[in-house]
Design a protein around this ligand. Structure first.
Ligand code: GLN
Length: 451
């Protein structure tokens, strides 16, 4: 913990943390030492973590990367972070993120951009860490956290993990409690670990997961020993290669890596099988209707009365308007407008309802595919990390980053991003594996072969 606190102080230029909590870290580390001496160490005892600033932490400012939560100190702790502290982990601080987890570059945070610790060979340009869990990914990659929590609504664990060369797993919807996590799109949001290795991810997921009566969508299933699943034996495992994931705009390097990934799994005894997920092309438009619709509803609570920022005004209505105008950034306002529009009378049937139907078809594609295969292999992202400004002026170009990741959230399935190679420019590239519901164990086992 001490070494990490020193490294954090030397790496502030990355802006990976919004709030550092050194005193809390040292107190927790001390308690961990005592437990160890008493022979009562938990599964993650003494492991210093960055917590995405979307998780409510008792008595510690929680901003969701937004101005509107300025001054908000929760009086409660999220279930996932509570589980981690119970396992002995130590909190280093709260990691930066895109505002309300909306973004793919960590550039929408009110608390400033995060720099990716990686750079292209011979090029000083600052690259984005991906998003929305950009601070989490950068902190693990820069060794200023041993691991971090992330949340993933449409790729926010897996895409930044790929951009920063680390492992990220989005568990099955319902595996980790959402209680105490600031909601973006409640039917898609899941918490998960962001780590240096697949083994770390297995340990940390085991500590985070589990049934929680406080989240009605959390599932009452036993949490397997994920670490024990890491046998390295994938002989006979059937690996689906979905032909629809060969999309325009995918870099040649990513395409080569995808084929290489299938070869690596085959060399370890797995069997690649070509499969079809025919509704894949509808996934992005479906996601960008459903996620904003749910966000517009979830973000209605930020009214200047209950949380954080309040801009004083003569009337209540005016106070709402001024607070929300000043408190939300441009991307969040865009999502609220889209969401309100697609849910409004007259447009509901044309947009929201059709998106819900497509969501069912996308989920059914996976159900069919998993009758033939055990896991599905795809690229994690269409490109390596890009520089600030390269992708950021056009929201639709930014949304294309999520083309390989959003299907997994729409179907509620687990997905893992594993760093699998370096690009010619020296940047990490990730491969994604998608698994059957509640079969994270198989994902982790196959993922370890790719790492
Ligand atoms: N990039 C996607 C979005 O902006 C996903 C975000 C996420 O998973 N939280 O909505």
């Amino acid at each position: 913990t001490q070494a990490h606190l020193e490294a954090m102080a030397a790496a502030r230029h990355l802006n990976a943390y919004i709030t550092e909590t050194p005193e809390k870290a040292l107190t927790m580390a001390e308690a961990s030492d005592q437990r160890r001496r008493a022979g009562k160490a938990g599964a993650m005892d003494g492991i210093p973590l960055a917590i995405k600033d979307l998780f409510c932490t008792e008595g510690v400012p929680t901003t969701a990367g937004s101005h509107i939560l300025q001054g908000f100190k929760p009086t409660y702790e999220s279930t996932v972070s509570t589980n981690l502290w119970k396992a002995g982990a130590v909190m280093l601080g709260k990691a930066n993120l895109d505002e309300f987890a909306m973004g793919s570059s960590n550039m929408t945070s009110y608390h400033g951009h995060v720099a990716n610790p990686w750079k292209r060979k011979g090029d000083p340009s600052v690259l984005v860490p991906g998003g929305s869990s950009g601070g989490s990914a950068a902190s693990v990659a820069a060794r200023i956290a041993m691991a971090a929590t992330g949340t993933d609504t449409g790729g926010s664990i897996r895409q930044p993990a790929a951009f920063c060369g680390i492992v990220g797993i989005k568990p099955t919807y319902g595996r980790c409690s959402r209680w105490g996590i600031v909601a973006f799109a409640s039917s898609l949001d899941q918490a998960g670990p962001m780590t240096r290795s697949v083994e770390d991810a297995a340990i940390m997921l085991g500590a985070m997961a589990g049934h929680d009566p406080k989240d009605s969508t959390s599932v009452d299933l036993p949490v397997p020993d994920f670490r024990a699943a890491l046998t390295g034996d994938i002989r006979g495992m059937k690996i689906g290669i979905p032909k629809e994931y060969r999309v325009d705009g995918m870099s040649a390097e990513i395409e080569t890596l995808w084929a290489q990934g299938a070869e690596w799994l085959k060399a370890a005894g797995a069997i690649p099988v070509e499969i079809s997920l025919p509704h894949t092309k509808y996934a992005l438009p479906t996601y960008y209707i459903i996620a904003p619709a749910e966000a517009s509803s979830n973000l209605a609570r930020y009214d200047g009365v209950r949380f954080g920022l309040r801009v004083p005004a003569d009337t209540l209505d005016e106070m709402y308007e001024l607070t929300r105008a000043a408190g939300f950034g441009a991307e969040v306002k865009r999502r609220i407008l889209i969401g309100t529009y697609v849910l409004s009378a007259g447009y509901y049937d044309a947009y929201y309802l059709r998106a819900q139907r497509l969501r069912s078809l996308i989920a059914r594609d996976f159900t069919e595919a998993f009758k033939q295969v055990d896991v599905i292999l795809t690229p994690a992202t269409p490109t390596a990390a890009f520089a600030e400004g390269e992708n950021s002026d056009d929201p639709v170009a930014m949304y294309l980053n999520d083309v390989f990741t959003v299907t997994v959230n729409l179907a509620g399935l687990p997905g893992i991003s594993v760093p699998a190679a370096l690009s010619a420019e020296g940047l990490p590239l990730g491969l994604q594996l998608i698994g059957k519901a509640f079969d994270e164990a198989t994902l982790l086992r196959a993922g370890q072969v790719l790492e």
